[in-house]
Design a protein around this ligand. Structure first.
Ligand code: NAD
Ligand code: IPM
Ligand code: MN
Length: 359
C-alpha cells in the first residue's frame, strides 16, 4: 500500500528524533512491502526564521493532502522574546485547529523493563496503563485574550470557553475507547470553581447516562487528580479532560514510565489526517548533542500506523521492538538513572529498534 507521510521536524531535538522515527518506518515498509513516501515541511521557529510565519501555507497544504503527519517539536530560547510578533508554539496550535484535531490521545503505559527508571517506587507504578483524552482545540488555549493598561494597572487576560458540542465529541470518543479497554472512564475538571468545568461535568454526565450506561464512569477534580496520579496510577483506565488540564497532567504522568522521552501522542479529528508527536518539547538543553531519546517519536509513528493507516501488525511490531531494546538493557541518558556513562545516543537507540524490525 502507498501512503504519503508529512514530516514536520521543527526545532531543537525535533529533527534528530524524527529522523530516527523515519528510519523505523522505512524498516517497516521494507519488511511488510509497503510504500511510504516522506516529505518534510517547516513549522515552528525554523519556519519563522525562513518565512516569518510559524505555519507557512505550504505546510498546511501538504498536511491536508497527507495520509498522516509526524511532528518532532517546536520552540526554543531563540524565539522566546515575549514581545515578539509570533512564536513557534502558535504554529502548532494553528495546525491542530486548522485540521480539526480535537482529540489528543496520550497513552501512559509502563514498559515492565522500565519499572526501575521511574522516580516513583516500582510497586506504585507497576500496572500503570492510562489513556488520556486531552481536548485539543478549545478551552483556555483558544479563548479570547488581550491586554490593556500601563504600569501597575497593566492587565492581561485569556478566557476559558467550552461548548456543549466540544465536550460531547471528546467524551464520546473517550468513552468509546474505554469500551475497548477496561470499561472505565474518569472525567477530570475543576467544576467547584470554573463555569466551563460545570458545563463540562453536566454534559459529560448526560452523554455517559444516555449513550454509555455500561461504562463505569466517575469524575475527579484536577487538583485531586494530580495527587491520585502519583499515589495510585494503576487505578485509572481512560481519562478525559480539557486542554490545559490534559497538558499538565500528562507531563506529570510521564514520570510514571520514567521519562518524558517515552511518551507518544496522537491528535485526531472526525476525519482527515491525524498528527502524531511525542508529548515532550524541543528540549533545547540537549539539542544537537545526539543524546535525545527517540522512543517517544518512534512510538508516535506506531500510533500513526495504527490509527491513520490501519496497519496494526506493523504498529505492534514497533512496540515490541521498543520493548525488546529496553529488555536488552539499552537506555538513553534520560532513562539511565544514576548510570549515564552506559547510556547510548539517539542514533544508536534508533538503530537498535530498526535492527529488531529488520530481523
Ligand atoms: P521539554 O519537553 O522540551 O523538556 C523538558 C525536559 O525534558 C528537559 O530537561 C529535556 O531535556 C527533557 N526531555 C524532553 N524530551 C526529551 C527526550 N526525547 N529525551 C531526553 N530528554 C528529553 O520542555 P521545555 O524545556 O519546557 O520546553 C522547551 C521548548 O519546547 C519550549 O519552547 C516549549 O514551548 C516547547 N514545547 C513544545 C512542544 C511541542 O512541540 N509539542 C511540547 C512541549 C514544549
Ligand atoms: C504540548 C505542548 C504544547 C501544548 C505547546 C508547545 C503549544 O506543551 O504539545 O503538550 O501546550 O499543547
Ligand atoms: Mn505540553
Amino acid at each position: 500500500m502507498k501512503h504519503s507521510i508529512v514530516l514536520l521536524p521543527g526545532d531543537g531535538i525535533g529533527p534528530e528524533i524524527v529522523e530516527q522515527a523515519r528510519l523505523v518506518l522505512v524498516a517497516i515498509a521494507d519488511r511488510f512491502g509497503h510504500e511510504f513516501t516522506f516529505s518534510s515541511h517547516q513549522i515552528g521557529g525554523i519556519a519563522i526564521d525562513e518565512t516569518g510565519d510559524p505555519l507557512p501555507q505550504a505546510t498546511v497544504d501538504a498536511c491536508r493532502s497527507a495520509s498522516a503527519i509526524l511532528l518532532g517539536a517546536v520552540g526554543g530560547p531563540k524565539w522566546d522574546d515575549p514581545s515578539a510578533k509570533t512564536r513557534p508554539e502558535a504554529g502548532l496550535l494553528r495546525i491542530r485547529k486548522e485540521l480539526g484535531l480535537f482529540a489528543n490521545l496520550r497513552p501512559i503505559k509502563l514498559f515492565d523493563q522500565l519499572a526501575d527508571a521511574s522516580p516513583l517506587r516500582a510497586d506504585i507504578v507497576r500496572g500503570t496503563d492510562i489513556l488520556f483524552f486531552r481536548e485539543l482545540t478549545g478551552g483556555i488555549y483558544f479563548g479570547e485574550s488581550g491586554s490593556s493598561g500601563e504600569g501597575e494597572d497593566e492587565t492581561a487576560y485569556q478566557s476559558m470557553t467550552y461548548s456543549r458540542r466540544e465536550v460531547k465529541r471528546i467524551v464520546r470518543m473517550a468513552a468509546t475507547a474505554a469500551r475497548g479497554r477496561s470499561n472505565r472512564l474518569t472525567s477530570v475538571d475543576k467544576a467547584n470553581v470554573l463555569e466551563p468545568s460545570r458545563l463540562w461535568r453536566r454534559v459529560a454526565a448526560e452523554v455517559m447516562a444516555e449513550e454509555f450506561p455500561d461504562v463505569n464512569y466517575d469524575v475527579v477534580l484536577v487538583d485531586s487528580m494530580a495527587m491520585h496520579l502519583i499515589n495510585r496510577p494503576a487505578d485509572f483506565d481512560v481519562v478525559v479532560t480539557g486542554n490545559m488540564f490534559g497538558d499538565i497532567l500528562t507531563d506529570e504522568a510521564s514520570m510514571l514510565p520514567g521519562s518524558l522521552g517515552m511518551l507518544p501522542s496522537a491528535s485526531l479529528g472526525e476525519s482527515g489526517p491525524g498528527l502524531y508527536e511525542p508529548i515532550h518539547g524541543s528540549a533545547p538543553d540537549i539539542a544537537g548533542k545526539g543524546i535525545a531519546n527517540p522512543l517517544a517519536t518512534i512510538l508516535a509513528a506506531a500510533m500513526m500506523l495504527r490509527h491513520s493507516l490501519s496497519l496494526n501488525d506493523e504498529a505492534d511490531l514497533i512496540e515490541a521492538a521498543v520493548a525488546g531494546v529496553l529488555a536488552d538493557g539499552l537506555r538513553t541518558s534520560d532513562l539511565a538513572r544514576g548510570d549515564s556513562d552506559s547510556a547510548i545516543g539517539t542514533e544508536a537507540m534508533g538503530a537498535a529498534v530498526v535492527a529488531k524490525i529488520a530481523k
